[in-house]
Design a protein around this ligand. Structure first.
Ligand SMILES: *Cc1c(COP(=O)(O)O)cnc(C)c1O
Length: 373
């Protein structure tokens, strides 16, 4: 569509801090690549957004199908049933939960409730791109702390907290690097941060941690009332398209977040699907095992190609190819979508989502061909 000429420069009407935002670049959708390359959608392999290769939990699918009949109704704006299920599972009171349109929504609610221009938010270099977006959209100041070995430098992050800092964002494991800190390291960090600074521990990939890595942050909510846990149904639960995530926090923090929340931010289908997925142990276990086997397969393949990679605790891995943009284009031509991470300041790297054995093998073949070209 050609744009209508206007005597007003609308971008000039927006505050400078909004104009300064660089838009989030999502993984390329299958339909878009199919159009661009003249390929069949069915032949395209998308490994760009850390989605579950097994699809969604069958229990969640049944719940969604049953709930379709009621779509003329507004959702339960308080998400009572899902909060009750979360409360039972986590052993935390329902008043501690905030539901989000994806956990992305939750991250923005924290920024909106606790940041203003003149305040600052802290996060690490190479951390999830939504943190600076959430901070900047409020007009607050971003404090990006240089990473260490691609991971969070927790001591430096604690040092970076200033008098005007209200929020610290921390992803464990982190995306796009997959880097991980032990439970002890995270708890030591919590001890270093002043009580009046909110620490958001983003656990989007929590369920993919190995038994040796596994720690439980939920009891910390008692010891560190400034802690906010953020979790999602988009990754291992396989519900990315429905958009549902949640925060668990001190009830007063949850209260402030709920005040700035859109009244029906979590939709009816998402609510019932999440509730069903939460208890689908069989699907979760199968997803975990698929990722574990797939990770080993991909690492072996990357090693065989002589490519450097960053040890990952998630369902994806970042690897170094040199010319990230060039290799990406040659993968796209073969119908394989991975994630370039130049936007994160890693132009020599690509990130791939771990998938099933057959899809991993196809990716590795395509990568070998893309490196030769
Ligand atoms: C994918 C991801 C999220 C959340 O995504 P939603 O779909 O909005 O729930 C949050 N944090 C990190 C680090 C992620 O990678």
């Amino acid at each position: 569509m050609s744009s209508v000429s206007s005597p007003v420069s609308f971008s000039q009407l927006a505050p400078e801090y909004i104009r300064a935002i660089s838009p989030y670049v999502p993984g390329k959708p299958i339909s878009e690549l199919a159009r661009e390359m003249g390929l069949n959608e069915a032949d395209i392999l998308k490994l760009a957004s850390n989605e579950n290769p097994l699809g969604m939990s069958p229990k969640a699918q049944s719940a969604v199908t049953a709930a379709v009949a009621e779509l003329a109704r507004y959702p339960d704006g308080n998400g009572f049933a899902l909060k009750q299920a979360l409360s039972r599972r986590l052993g935390v009171g329902q008043e501690s939960f905030v539901l989000g349109n994806g956990s992305n929504d939750v991250l923005e609610l924290i920024a909106r409730a606790f940041l203003t221009p003149g305040k600052s938010g802290v996060y690490s270099q190479y951390a999830f791109a939504v943190y600076p977006l959430a901070i900047q959209s409020i007009g607050a100041r971003c404090i990006e702390v240089p990473a260490r070995n691609f991971g969070h430098d927790l001591a430096a992050m604690a040092d970076a907290v200033g008098a005007d800092t209200r929020v610290v964002f921390l992803a464990n494991p982190n995306n796009p690097t997959g880097t991980f800190h032990s439970g002890e390291a995270i708890e030591s960090f919590l001890k270093l941060v002043p009580q009046d600074v909110i620490v958001v521990l983003d656990e989007a990939y929590n369920e993919y941690m190995s038994p040796e890595q596994r720690y439980d942050a939920v009891p910390w909510l008692q010891r560190y009332p400034n802690l906010v846990l953020s979790r999602t149904f988009s990754k291992i639960y396989g519900l990315a398209g429905l958009r549902i995530g949640y925060a668990a926090a001190h009830p007063d923090i949850a209260d402030m977040m709920n005040r700035v929340r859109a009244p029906f931010n979590a939709n009816s289908l998402a609510l019932v699907a999440a509730e069903a997925a939460l208890d689908d142990e069989e699907f979760l276990q199968r997803s975990y095992e698929t990722n574990r086997a797939g990770m080993a397969q991909i690492i072996k393949g990357l090693d065989a190609l002589g490519l450097q990679h960053i040890p990952s605790a998630g369902n994806f891995i970042a690897f170094k190819v040199g010319d990230g943009a060039g290799v990406n284009v040659r993968l796209l031509k073969q119908g394989v979508i991975v994630r370039p991470i130049a936007g994160y300041g890693m132009p020599e790297w690509l990130r791939v989502t771990i998938s099933t054995e057959a899809e991993n093998a196809r990716f590795l073949d395509a990568l070998a061909a893309a490196l030769k070209a």
